[in-house]
Design a protein around this ligand. Structure first.
Ligand SMILES: C[S@@+](CC[C@H](N)C(=O)[O-])C[C@H]1O[C@@H](n2cnc3c(N)ncnc32)[C@H](O)[C@@H]1O
Length: 138
């Protein structure tokens, strides 16, 4: 994320669980807020609530690591606010198998005006990252 979005400073980590991704990104100098309902978490900036499209946009990058039911909202939120996103999907919210779910999310981003591509992370498990950015003005 820091390589791909080098100008990003303020990050929303959606469905961040205990805040491990927050710790990792904060250690690289980013200002990160994690959104999740978990009351038990690392000592990081943490919004103890569900993330929705109604969340005021004070970030310049939206990210999610295996964000379960929040995956779609990350793509929609990024498109709505013209922000880049990086999401590592796991399970779908509509019963789709993994690969069709990835294609569905990429298409959703493109339909909403984002340029979307994919990269594999060097880790076990579901490791494909979808990366989206608003189209640059011509
Ligand atoms: C599989 S866990 C991943 C947690 C963390 N990102 C990680 O990789 O360890 C999925 C998390 O999504 C959270 N979640 C699901 N929908 C959410 C939403 N709309 N807003 C915030 N958190 C959500 C759940 O509470 C759960 O902690």
């Amino acid at each position: 994320m820091v390589q791909r979005f080098p100008t990003a400073r303020v990050v929303f980590d959606v469905a961040g669980g205990m805040g491990k991704l927050n710790l990792a990104l904060s250690a690289r100098g980013l200002d990160v807020t994690t959104f999740d309902r978990r009351w038990k978490h690392h000592d990081v900036k943490f919004a103890e609530r569900l993330f929705t499209l109604a969340e005021p946009c004070t970030c310049d990058l939206v990210v999610g690591m295996h964000p379960d039911g929040a995956t779609r909202v990350i793509v929609e939120y990024a498109a709505q606010h013209r922000r880049p996103f990086a999401v590592v999907p796991c399970c779908s919210d509509n019963g789709m198998p993994y690969r069709p779910w990835l294609r569905h999310l990429a298409a959703l981003g493109r339909e909403q005006g984002l340029v979307v591509d994919e990269v594999d992370l060097p880790m076990q498990g579901r490791a494909r990252v979808l990366l989206g950015e608003p189209q640059k003005a011509a």
